[in-house]
Design a binder for this molecule. Sequence first.
Ligand SMILES: C[S@@+](CC[C@H](N)C(=O)[O-])C[C@H]1O[C@@H](n2cnc3c(N)ncnc32)[C@H](O)[C@@H]1O
Length: 194
Amino acid sequence: MWWDTQATPQGVFGVPEDDYQLFTDRQTEFILDTLEPWKNDRIGDIGCGIGRLLAAMRSRQSDLQLVGVDPSPRMLAQAALVAPPLTLIRNEDGREIHGMPRLNGAYSVLTFQHVVDSTVALILSDVAEALWIRSKFVAQWLIGAPDNTGPMSYPRTLEQIESLLFTTGFSDVEFVPDWNVTRYSEEWVWTVAR
Ligand SMILES: C[S@@+](CC[C@H](N)C(=O)[O-])C[C@H]1O[C@@H](n2cnc3c(N)ncnc32)[C@H](O)[C@@H]1O
């Protein structure tokens, strides 16, 4: 699959090298501050790629059970090298995460702008089902007018994002502006949903 050819830091996270650590730190801080996980909590990374955030999460809070989900075998192989004790669940098209264990929290970063609505909806339903009641799902989205001109670009309006979350099992959705990556792209936003 195409993502197998992108299993490098630059491939999955196309920012200048100097900023890689800074952005990773800020994203990790936001996720941990929002999820506030307890010791031994099981946290899912949806679209984990090469494990950039899994490794950062583990280094900040080593007592978490991390579950990485990605359709690319090469991405998952890289992630396993970055942080060996991870549980990695492979999914080809968003459907295969039904086997996912119950989660105390989940996050998805820089992923949904690559994924069509119908697959995002499947992923969101699975995450909603896997989360324990009142657990949170933090996701990062690219904001923009609907644009189906490029296969890898699915920006969405706030209304579309809200609708995707509400129709897939989430009942409480908060938008939080993401100032960390705006200088590289139009506009990004976090959702915190449960
Ligand atoms: C830009 S990378 C981001 C990786 C990682 N979240 C990060 O921030 O470093 C996008 C990731 O989305 C994954 N992806 C693509 N389609 C997916 C799907 N249907 N379900 C889950 N992940 C998917 C790709 O394999 C890739 O690893």
